[in-house]
Design a protein around this ligand. Structure first.
Ligand SMILES: [Zn+2]
Ligand SMILES: [Zn+2]
Length: 535
């Protein structure tokens, strides 16, 4: 079995692995890169393989950083099955078209500027239509049920306890007459989260690809302790006449927060206030969550049975589906809890709510999820006092809270605890899905603690599990430009140039690629020196 790391390698987003075994080629995840411009630029670059040659895809969960490039794969010739959990299929039906729509809008905005500048136009990575056409390829599988997507390969999905429908993968195959088991943790969840069950206690693997979002640190708090803080923030914000703004991922995180609000209301921990869910996607996701009670943990199933409604469907909940309804929320000055997407505040309706409430000191903003570098959410939790939203300078006077305890990812100690449950530790481990420092230190720590060969592969790195040796790296053009260097260069550019980012970066990448391919040492040294100078 050969594995090539094509995303989430020393970065968090863009999960994608190419696997090759006995002439069969398949992918695990096909996610979108999110965060700064250089990272996002990877989404525009051609896949370093022919999508038409891929026999199937195994998908860990519906988050866009794992599923978001499936429609691009389809658009470029992939027409085979995508296996994932039944709940994930339902979520993909709404999430992929939504992502397609976002791509179309983003490019439309850029094209208006390009047209005025007389430049040629960009094409969206994919459209909502491409996404809709991708959905029928998705095949729902139940946790714990073995299936065989290709001859000689058997797969079992186990509950990852990360988000609704999330799975870790057990892949069984034979190599040189020996049975092997390769595990992908996907995003690893945590114990005692609302709605979802605890992560499956895996006990054995020969090889494992493991996430490392929190490879070098623990969560700043824990959910149990933060619930009273959450209640107190709501109470004091409402009393001083402000609104509570919650940027939240539409899928899963919004439902978790609704679950907590329900609990706080039942226990009279917060005053009466109206909860607005301002995200058409979150509304649809809540409806899907209601349709799959099989996936609930014991507590959620119990509450569902007792109350005859899922505990994330509140009585005083107002859904605002249309843009007009959403705009009306701008005139509410106090007493509202507004939950809207995106969770990192870098797109979507939440930006309007932040624009209208950030400058007011009586308001509060609460973040409940991981904030990727370069996003508005990250800048706010890092304490920036002035931010730009839709081209307007906005002063940050509202109170900002980072509710780290509610992360859907296992932290450093929780991942260690999960690993201690193994009876047969994998001999080879690959640490991915984390920022550089986190993946590297996590790999070093695991190597030392468990005496296994753990590494943090770089983008394009290829490894043959059969020979236990690295193969020839597949260079993904956009990865050559170091994200930070490219972002700094892009930020320093003039306003006009700024709108050309995607194209400009592609050109720079192509030029660098040519120099690399020439293998001309003199040219390579000159290129290195030049890049160092301008950094
Ligand atoms: Zn995830
Ligand atoms: Zn992820």
């Amino acid at each position: 079995m050969k594995i090539t790391f094509l995303g989430a390698a020393r970065t968090v987003t863009g999960s994608c692995y190419l696997l090759e075994h006995n002439g069969c080629k398949f992918l695990v995840d096909c996610g979108m890169f999110q965060g700064n411009k250089a990272l996002k630029n990877n989404n525009y670059v051609d896949f370093p393989f022919n999508p038409g040659d891929i026999d199937f895809v195994l998908l860990t969960h519906a988050h866009i950083d794992h599923s978001g490039l499936l429609p691009k794969l389809y658009k470029n010739g992939f027409k085979n099955p995508i296996y994932t959990s039944t709940a994930s299929v339902a979520l993909l039906e709404i999430m992929l078209p939504d992502s397609g729509y976002i791509q179309e809008q983003e490019v439309e905005r850029k094209n208006r500027k390009l047209m005025r500048a007389g430049e040629h136009m960009l094409e969206p990575i994919y459209t909502a239509e491409d996404a809709l056409a991708t959905v029928p390829l998705c095949k729902g599988v139940r946790y714990g049920e073995e299936f065989s997507p290709a001859e000689g390969i058997k797969v079992v999905l186990q509950d990852a306890g990360h988000i609704f429908g999330s799975a870790m993968l057990e892949i069984f195959y034979e190599e040189n007459g020996i049975q092997r088991k390769l595990v992908f943790t996907g995003d690893l969840g945590r114990k005692d989260q609302a709605i979802v069950r605890d992560p499956y206690p895996m006990q054995s693997a020969d090889y494992m690809v493991m996430e490392s979002t929190y490879g070098n640190r623990n969560h700043g708090g824990d959910a149990e302790k933060e619930i009273p803080i959450f209640a107190e923030v709501i109470t004091k914000t409402v009393r001083r006449g402000g609104n509570v703004i919650i940027p939240a991922f539409a899928v899963d995180r919004t439902q978790d927060i609704l679950y907590l609000l329900n609990e706080m209301q039942l226990n009279k921990m917060i005053p009466e206030c109206t909860v607005y869910v301002d995200s058409p996607l979150a509304i649809k996701a809540t409806e899907i969550f209601s349709r799959f009670p099989d996936y609930y943990d014991r507590m959620t199933a119990k509450l569902f049975k007792e109350e005859g409604r899922p505990p994330f469907v509140l009585k005083n909940l107002v859904y605002t589906a249309s843009a007009a309804e959403s705009q009306q929320l701008n005139s509410i000055k106090s007493g509202a809890i507004i939950i809207s997407a995106s969770g990192m505040a870098d797109a979507g309706r939440i930006k309007h709510h932040l624009k209208h409430n950030l400058w007011r000191k009586e308001c509060s903003v609460l973040f409940f999820g991981y904030q990727v570098e370069g996003t508005l959410g990250r800048r706010l939790i890092e304490g920036e006092k002035q931010v730009t939203i839709h081209g307007e300078e906005v002063e940050v006077k509202a109170e900002i809270y980072n509710m780290e305890g509610f992360s859907a990812h296992a932290d450093h100690d929780e991942m260690l605890e999960w690993l201690h449950g193994f009876k047969h530790m994998p001999g080879r481990m690959f640490m991915t899905h984390g920022e550089e420092e986190s993946t590297v230190s996590w790999a070093a720590e695991i190597s030392e603690k468990f005496g296994v060969n753990a590494i943090a592969p770089e983008h394009g790195y290829c490894f043959d599990l059969a020979t236990d040796a690295a193969g020839e790296a597949v260079v993904h053009p956009a990865s050559i430009v170091h994200p930070e260097a490219a972002a700094t260069a892009a930020d320093a550019a003039s306003d006009t140039a700024r709108t050309l980012d995607a194209e400009l970066l592609l050109e720079i990448n192509a030029d660098i690629q040519r120099v690399m391919a020439s293998r001309d040492v003199d040219k390579l040294i000159r290129l290195r020196d030049y890049l160092r100078r301008i950094r």
